[in-house]
Every structure is written in C-alpha cells, then in structure tokens.
Design a protein around this ligand. Sequence first.
Ligand code: HPA
Ligand code: ZN
Length: 336
Amino acid sequence: MDMDEFIRSIPKAELHLHIEGSLEPELKFELAARNGLELPYASAGAMRAAYDFDDLSSFLAQYYEGMSVLVTEEDFRDLAMAYFERVAAQGLVYVEMFFDPQAHTSRGIAFETVISGLRRAQQGAEDVGIRSQLIMCFLRDHSVESAFETLEQAADYREWIVGVGLDSDERDNPPLKFREVFAAAREQGYRLTMHCDVDQQDTTEHIRQCLEDIGVERIDHGSNAIEDPGLVTQLVERGIGLTNCPISNSFVGDGTKAGVIRALHEQGVLVTVNSDDPAYFPGYVADNLAVLQREADLSRDEIVQLVRNAFTISWLDESERQAYLDRIDSWVEGTH
Ligand code: HPA
Ligand code: ZN
C-alpha cells in the first residue's frame, strides 16, 4: 500500500469542519435553482474561479455570502449529506462538526430548520458508516447578547449538541468577550472549544485566555502556541489538543504551517489534522493529511499517531473512544 492509499484508508476522525464551509459551488447552484434564487455566476466553475481570499476576513465575506442558498430543512440535510458521502470515500468514520446558527437566524432562517436538517443528515450518515456530533459555534463578531440568545434557542435541542465553539472574525473579538456565555454553556453541560486562528493579532494572548480564563478543552487552530513555551507546556500537561487545518492555513496565511505542526507534535502536543472549510480551501480530511505528510515528511507511524490523537481528544465517551482506537490498531496490524 502506498502512502496516499494508507492515508485514505486508515479509519479517521475530524474535529474541525464547518459544515457551511463544505458547500461546493455545484450544490450552491442546485439549491439556488430549487429556491428560485439567482447566482451572479454563469456556472459552478466560474464561481470557483472567482473565489478570491488571502486572509480570514476576505474568506469570511465569501463564506457568508455563499450561505444565502441554504433556506429549507432539506437544504441543510443535503449540504451535510453531500459532505458525509464525500468523506465516507476518504475513510472518515467520525466527525464533530461545527455549525453557525447565527449566520442563518440573522437571515430569517429558524434555528429549528437548520438543526433539524443537519440532524436528518447525521442519521443518514450512519448508513455510510459515519458517526457524528454537532458543535454549535457563536460568531465572535456578533454581540454577547446574540450569543446568549443563540444559547437559549439551542436549549430545546440540548441533547443534539455536544459542545460550543467560537468562530468568525477574531480581530478585536477576544475569547474574554464571551467569558459569561461560555461559563453558562459549561453549566448546561456543553463541552467547550474556541478558534484561535493562525497568525491573528494578539493570538498568543487569545490562546492564553482560552486556557486560563475560559477553560476550553481544546483549541481550533492554535498553532501560534509554539511562540510561547509556557503555552506549549500547558497544552501538553493538560492534554489540550489542537485542531489544525494545513490547507486552510495556506489560503488565509503564509503556508500550511507543516513545520510548526510537526514541531508541536514532537513537543508532545496532541495535534490533529482537519479540513476547516473544504469547499473553499480545497481538500477534505485525507487531502489535508496527505499535504501535511508530504510537507512535514511524516512516517506511517506518525500518521497513525495524528489519527489516534483525534479520537483521543474527541468528545466521545470512553468506551466508544476505545473502540475506535482499537479499530485503528487492528487496521494497522492488517497492513503489516
Ligand atoms: N476561522 C474562523 N471562522 C470561521 C472559519 C475559520 O477558519 N471557517 C468558518 N468560520
Ligand atoms: Zn475553523
């Protein structure tokens, strides 16, 4: 088995996937037609060719604009089902996926429409061998009040959502802005994570706030921790993992950060490889692992460690986690 085949077939998890960021142009056109909406491009190819972003905020503008075609429960189901079918072919067996309710409720789409559609796809995904859990993200460039309202809307669906996260534009929107929201979410039993996007202003201070003030259980991106040995020590000692996204890194910043991800791994941080927004930063989970493998010259053993890390830091209960880890071990055995 060659390396690419090894990466594609090993049973994998991903923990950093914005489901709205998996909306491919072809599906945008299908949904636009179904909902009687016009798109300002002649074709999916033309739309893809017009994508133009080189940092977080220019990406986000196109990400939010793209969501306008998501209107009905079926649209959300079809969006997530397209993702599941795609990654089933890449060996994905487990995903914790983000969704951004405020990006929809702010356009007049009901919270219930969004989550019911996603939930139906999650049930369908079990048929293609993928187990999934939802993480609800608050948009950090919206107000604290809006985040609290969203937390309230989620209450009726509490058992459908495993945790909460924080995404969108990080500039001037530090973790501390949402301290009370996250404290309330923790009280309600949600697991906690937050984005610290790569190379953002005040990034190491944001990572520190996540660890010391908010008490997150993992950090999305967060690779700038490498700049502060004290942060690295905390990550290692507390077993707090990072959800890294190599291809995404190369689109919103300077390169994939493969060397940094490798160095963090060597220092004992539980790093993982994920796709972030695969329709915009082209590459699903196995593609991201393949890019990292090539750029950081990872061995098969190191690939296995990174894949195991994702299950280790996942929000599965212990027996399920162990079952997946055992499954990886027997799969690896079978390749010898
Ligand atoms: N960073 C912040 N917010 C986001 C991202 C991201 O990579 N993708 C979707 N929302
Ligand atoms: Zn992200």
